[in-house]
Ligand binder design. Structure first.
Ligand code: ATP
Ligand code: PRP
Length: 208
C-alpha cells in the first residue's frame, strides 16, 4: 500500500512556480488554490495532500513531521537551519542572490557596522566569518529604506533584477550566496515512507 504524504508549499512568489512543477508530476489540487482561503488541499493523487504556509514555517512543519516534504527557498533554510532535513532537489527556480548592499558610492567605515536585515542568523555568520563587527538590526521588510533613513549603513537582502536597490539609490556590494528553490524531506518520513517518497523524488528530478 502507498503511504499518505503531505507536501508543504510556500505562499507568495514561489507558490505558482511550485504548483506548476507539481502539475508536471501529476500532482494537481482538486480545487483552485488561487482566491481560496483554504490551506489544505487534496490532489488528484489520492495519497497526496498539499498545505500552503508562510515560507518561514515550511521547514518547521517538515522538521517536526507535520509535513513529509516541502518546497522552499534556500535563503529560508540558511536562515532557519536545515538540521533534520534532507535536501534532495535544487529546482533551480526563483533564482536570486543574497547580498550586502548600501547607498551608491558609500563606503562603510572600519568601526562596528550597522546592518539591517531580516536574515539575522545569516548576517551574524557572514560578518563573523569576515572578522567584521556588526550591530544587526532585525527588520521584516523594506530593508532598502534603512540606509536612506540612516537606520543602518548596510543591508543584507535578496537581489534579483537589482531594480529595488536602484530605485532607492542603492547598489549591491558583496555576494553572500546564490539562492534557488529546494525540495526538503523529513528524515524519518524518508525512511518509513520510502516507497512513496523515493519514486516521487525520482519523478520530480526527471521533470526539471
Ligand atoms: P513572507 O512574504 O512570508 O515574509 P518571503 O518575503 O520570504 O515571505 P517571497 O517574497 O514570496 O516570500 O519569496 C519567496 C522566496 O522566493 C524567497 O524565500 C526567495 O528564495 C525567493 N525570492 C525572494 N525575492 C525574490 C526575487 N526578487 N526574485 C526571485 N526570487 C525571490
Ligand atoms: C524581494 C527582496 C527585494 C526585492 C529584490 O522583495 O526583499 O526587495 O525582492 O528584487 P529585485 O532585485 O528584482 O528588485 P519582495 O518583492 O519579495 O518583497 P518583500 O519586501 O515582501 O520581501
Amino acid at each position: 500500500m502507498i503511504e499518505p504524504l503531505v507536501i508543504a508549499l510556500s505562499k507568495g512568489r514561489i507558490l505558482f512556480k511550485s504548483l506548476s512543477l507539481l502539475k508536471k508530476a501529476g500532482i494537481i489540487p482538486i480545487e483552485s488554490v488561487e482566491n481560496n482561503r483554504k490551506l489544505l488541499f487534496n490532489t488528484k493523487k489520492k495519497y497526496l495532500n498539499l498545505i500552503i504556509l508562510r515560507a518561514i514555517d515550511v521547514p518547521t512543519y517538515v522538521k517536526l513531521g507535520a509535513a513529509d516534504m516541502g518546497i522552499v527557498g534556500k535563503d529560508v533554510l540558511l536562515e532557519n537551519g536545515s538540521k533534520g532535513l534532507y535536501e534532495p532537489i535544487d529546482f533551480k527556480i526563483s533564482k536570486c542572490r543574497l547580498m550586502t548592499a548600501g547607498l551608491i558610492g558609500f563606503n562603510v567605515k572600519n568601526t562596528t557596522r550597522k546592518v539591517a536585515t531580516k536574515f539575522v542568523n545569516i548576517a551574524k555568520r557572514y560578518y563573523a566569518s569576515k572578522g567584521i563587527k556588526a550591530n544587526i538590526i532585525k527588520l521584516y521588510g523594506a530593508m532598502e529604506l534603512a540606509p536612506i533613513m540612516n537606520l543602518a549603513e548596510e543591508i543584507i537582502d535578496i537581489v534579483d533584477t537589482g531594480n529595488t536597490l536602484k530605485e532607492n539609490g542603492m547598489e549591491p556590494k558583496t555576494l553572500i550566496k546564490n539562492i534557488s528553490t529546494r525540495l526538503i524531506v523529513n528524515k524519518t518520513s524518508m525512511i518509513i515512507k520510502y516507497k512513496s517518497i523515493n519514486p516521487l523524488i525520482e519523478l520530480l528530478i526527471s521533470i526539471i
